[in-house]
Design a protein around this ligand. Structure first.
Ligand code: ADP
Length: 262
């Protein structure tokens, strides 16, 4: 089943998300094309999706493997909130994807701070939000990659130990279009909630799904590593860590990575 079924997408029960839908068989990166379409004033909620990305991007310049039957897509957002709050969309998107997976499967997805989705300890979804600013306003390009029907072969030697797919966890393939629609429904719902009420409801939902709080973790920036226990997230989405010396530290997720300690 391909993702170019425009009829199915036209029935999506959302106000905006997914109504404008760009499908590509192969593309460099959906975030890259989304940025260009954003600059051509395509409407908020426009979805750019590809069967394959040849240059899928992760955070901090890392690569995102995008081959096999996955969902590799980007959504153009134009938040009415202050741009300082925009990083919260990263956590909001993780909540939406976790709820969509939960609604469409019997799996239990967990969110690893800030926005990776893991199932049974392996990564099944990555999210990359990018700011596209111009003189007087800004857009957010929200990129989401979900390993839906990927085989072990698709994941390859490099990712087999740390990553998984929904089909590997379920033991059977699932309908990608159905999952995509559910993700867009959840995204729109949480996005509207955030526009209206801010981060508070997102923080609570994020905490309900998270698998980081209470864990011993290592946080690394380009220069330094910090070891300690993840205590909470604050009302901006920053992680509160009590380091091994007992000192409290807050981390914004722009520049750091988190690993669980053995
Ligand atoms: P982080 O986990 O630090 O937030 P990113 O979200 O930037 O990392 O994702 C990039 C990393 O995810 C890569 O370095 C690689 O280890 C891993 N990765 C790449 N592609 C996939 C994939 N399709 N499924 C699961 N993990 C992946």
């Amino acid at each position: 089943m391909k993702l170019d079924d425009y009829n199915q997408m036209s029935n999506i029960p959302t106000k905006w998300f997914g109504h404008n839908y760009y499908y590509y068989r192969e593309i460099g990166s959906t975030n890259h094309v989304a940025k260009e379409l954003d600059e051509m004033y395509e409407p908020e909620g426009t979805v750019i999706i590809a069967e394959q990305q040849t240059e899928g991007e992760g955070r901090l310049g890392r690569k995102w493997l995008s081959q096999g039957e996955g969902l590799w897509f980007s959504v153009i957002l134009r938040p009415k909130r202050d741009s300082a709050d925009a990083p919260q969309i990263t956590l909001l998107a993780a909540v939406a994807v976790a709820e969509a997976i939960k609604n469409k499967t019997n799996l239990t997805p967990g969110i690893k701070w800030p926005n990776d989705i893991l199932i049974n300890g392996r990564k099944v979804c990555g999210i990359l939000t990018e700011l596209n600013a111009n003189e007087d306003d800004y857009s957010i390009i929200l990129g989401i990659g979900i390993n839906v029907n990927l085989s072990l072969e698709d994941l390859g030697d490099q990712l087999q130990d740390t990553a998984t797919s929904l089909s590997l966890e379920l033991g059977s393939n699932m309908n990608r279009m159905e999952l995509l629609k559910e993700v867009l429904i959840q995204l729109e719902e949480w996005y509207l909630k955030w526009q209206k009420s801010g981060f508070k409801p997102i923080r609570q939902a994020w905490k309900n799904h998270n698998i980081t709080i209470g864990e011993k973790v290592m946080i690394s920036s380009l220069q330094e590593k910090f070891h300690g226990e993840a205590l909470d997230i604050d009302d901006t989405g920053a992680l509160i860590l009590r380091d091994d010396e007992g000192e409290m530290k807050n981390f914004n997720f722009g520049e750091v990575s988190l690993r669980n300690k053995e």
